[in-house]
Write a new protein. Structure first.
Length: 313
């Protein structure tokens, strides 16, 4: 059967038409429901993932690859409108329970911290703590002692990475000033090299996440993996490896659970759990076996109820 070959620009034009038709950037399912458009699999095969296609088409921020509901311009416009409604510069706490606003994570993910997002919107930051170089150095040393390795950007809570970049010129300069050797990440790996490296890491530890990747200098970063393949799920699909909750088999919104302590990242000590079962496991004295039994009972109950409704019993 004849299958039309589309140029990248043609696919981008269809994505823009879908956005115009829906009034927002389409999700994979929303695009797939439209008639007269190239198949969604055509786009995914071309750009490795749906998110990669959206990022390239709509010039979305690289650091925030998993939320394409808003472009940077739309996010800033919403912040300006929110400030106008409030009659003052909003604080990050003002975003709580605001269903019509992007989350705080969207602003921090794209601009490094809330105050930088306010500046991008032309608003005056609420306050700014002045950290000396010595203050920041001591914070990095404390992180290093806790993590038992060179600090990474993902370890930061407060202040954000933008503070280090403003004070030292770059994150790596901050590390050097504090007596650490910057983490070197090889970014010129081919896709095949990156896949092989990730496969070895998964075989060694059972899972791949930020904690595991941070154990060794030179390991690829989560951002590099997501930038190259779109998501961790896509990585597992390309490697033909299983990534699902060991209790229910769900393969989205997964957490890596440490079986014997947070810092134990040895092979066999990490398993995948969906976010629901991860929380349940830490509730009271639940075990994996208890959760599996509860899940089987729940499924059996649903099956029986369905049989009663359909009159098949």
């Amino acid at each position: 059967m004849y299958s039309k070959t589309y140029a990248d620009d043609e696919l981008f034009e269809y994505l823009r038409k879908a956005r115009e038709k829906l009034g927002k950037i389409p999700t994979e399912a929303e695009y797939d429901s439209l008639d007269g458009f190239p198949n969604v699999r055509t786009i995914i095969r071309r750009f490795w993932s749906w998110n990669q296609a959206l990022r390239k088409c709509f010039k979305l921020h690289k650091k925030y690859s998993n939320n394409f509901k808003y472009t940077d311009e739309e996010v800033i416009l919403k912040l300006k409108e929110f400030a106008k409604r409030k009659g003052k510069t909003p604080t990050s706490r003002d975003l709580v329970f605001q269903e019509d606003m992007p989350s705080l994570g969207v602003y921090e993910g794209r601009w490094g911290c809330w105050n930088n997002a306010l500046k991008a919107a032309g608003l005056e930051p609420n306050y700014k703590i002045e950290y000396t170089k010595l203050d920041l150095k001591n914070k990095l040393i404390a992180i290093s002692k806790d993590k038992e390795r060179t600090p990474m950007i993902k370890d930061l809570k407060s202040p954000c990475v933008a503070t280090y970049q403003e004070r030292f010129g770059s994150w790596n300069n901050a590390l050097r000033y504090s007596g650490f050797k910057p983490n070197k990440v090889k970014t010129d790996r081919t896709d095949e090299e990156l896949l092989n490296e990730c496969s070895k890491i998964i075989d060694e530890f059972g899972v791949i996440n930020a904690d595991v990747l941070g154990l060794k200098q030179g390991n690829p970063t989560m951002s590099l993996i997501r930038d190259r393949f779109g998501s961790i799920n896509n990585l597992y699909l390309l490697l033909n490896k299983k990534r699902e909750c060991v209790v229910c088999g769900f393969n989205l919104m997964l957490d890596a659970h440490h079986l014997n302590g947070k810092k134990n990242n040895k092979k066999g000590e990490l398993i995948w759990l969906c976010s629901n079962h991860h929380r349940l496991l830490h509730y009271k004295n639940n075990t994996i076996e208890i959760l599996k039994t509860q899940h089987r009972e729940f499924i059996n109950k649903l099956i029986k109820e369905n049989e009663v409704l359909n009159g098949t019993m």
